[in-house]
Design a protein around this ligand. Structure first.
Ligand code: PMP
Length: 371
């Protein structure tokens, strides 16, 4: 890992867009620390069997590297549709699925395709810190409402903001990052109906969807009810493929048709497509780890509460906890004990990703020594 190199110039002469001047590049610190619990990665690498299959698939793809990849990534979309189909009461076919290099790229493509100049995107804070970055990159106005004390949404507030700003796109993670809070199904319906009246799309970002607790439904179930609903997912978390860069969406086929108009040609490399197909073939094994991580998460939530801390309910593979008068001191204290967490979310709170049982124990020990 070496992401510590800074810019090579002071940027003075660049004909930069005015609003980019002074902006820092986005990204959590990539520090070489024994226990890294700051970017919600899956702590488990692929098993030897999965790694061997990936290597074999990449070797096979290598013989064709002189050719551009399938720009329609048909085999991958079919495999993703089959996977999603098993996680929802809705029927999902390949024509409703679209993939790109991470769900970040999927959402960027959505902003490129929907709404013209002067468009607005709407979110509710605290929320995923990349949303304003997509907005800035596409010259989209980023408007935010707020969440309630328990990080859920007040439906009247949502309706009022959608009516006022008429956003082209509403961006809502479920579970939300950094709070871990999932959206209630009626919230999805209310937002979709309000956005439809304003001619906008609703993106429910389920990057952490596979980690949701029993009884928390997926927004995929609501696809048949709303043509303007887009559900995004990623292989970075549950499938332990953050380095592979594969995210995808399920939506009305018209949404995929729109993305064909803004994607770069051949945006998903043949190596990426081959790797993702192998991971999907091993879904059962990879998702087996998700059950363990959910158990570890529930144990950590209980432990933090027993320690007298505030903890947000979590349907994800991370937990938001606090509240500290000086969270930076706690963050530094943890780092001093070799544990990297994320200083994000409302002031006073910290976010910790769920690691292996040993990593979670190291976090608990470090927190006990730090407080
Ligand atoms: N959405 C949310 C809420 C996230 O937290 C993340 C990753 N941090 C992403 C999307 C993007 O993930 P990726 O691009 O790796 O699919």
């Amino acid at each position: 890992m070496s992401a510590q190199d800074g810019p090579a110039t002071d940027g003075d002469w660049l004909p930069l867009r005015e609003e980019l001047r002074g902006v820092e590049p986005y990204g959590a610190p990539q520090l070489d620390v024994p226990v890294r619990l700051n970017t919600n990665e899956n702590p488990y690498g692929p098993s030897a069997a999965v790694a061997a299959d990936v290597a074999e698939a990449v070797r096979a793809a290598a013989t064709d590297l002189n050719r551009y990849p399938d720009r329609e990534h048909v085999a991958l979309r079919e495999a993703l549709a089959a996977y999603l189909d098993a996680d929802t009461t809705a029927e999902v076919g390949a024509a409703q699925v679209w993939a790109a290099n991470g769900s970040n790229e999927v959402m960027l493509q959505l902003l490129m395709a929907f709404g013209g100049p002067g468009r607005t995107a709407l979110g509710f804070t605290p929320t995923y810190s990349m949303y304003p970055e997509y907005a800035r990159g596409t010259s989209t106005a980023w408007v935010t409402g707020h969440r309630t004390e328990d990080f859920t949404l007040d439906l009247d507030h949502v309706r009022a903001l959608v009516a006022e700003h008429r956003p082209s796109v509403v961006l809502m993670p479920s579970p939300n990052n950094p709070t871990g809070t999932a959206l209630a199904p009626e919230t999805v319906d209310v937002v979709c109906e309000a956005a439809a009246q304003a001619g906008g799309l609703v993106v429910i970002d389920e990057a952490y969807g596979e980690f949701r607790r029993d009884g928390t439904p997926s927004a995929l179930d609501r696809l048949p009810a709303h043509r303007n609903l887009v559900v995004t997912r990623t292989m970075s978390k549950a499938f332990a493929l953050a380095g592979g860069r594969v995210g995808y969406l399920a939506a009305d086929p018209a949404v995929c048709d729109a993305l064909r108009l803004v994607r770069l040609p051949y945006h998903l490399s043949s190596v990426t497509q081959a790797t993702a197909l192998v991971a999907l073939r091993h879904a059962e094994e990879l998702l087996g780890r998700v059950a363990e991580l959910r158990g570890e998460r529930d144990d950590l939530v209980a432990w933090l509460r027993a320690e007298g801390l505030d903890v947000a309910d979590s349907d994800a593979n991370f937990v938001l906890f606090g509240t500290f008068a000086d969270r930076h001191r706690v963050w530094e204290g943890l780092l001093g004990h070799g544990v990297l967490v994320r200083e994000t979310g409302p002031s006073g709170w910290l976010r910790v990703s769920i690691g292996t049982p040993a990593e979670n124990a190291a976090f608990r020990d470090a927190l006990t020594l730090t407080r």
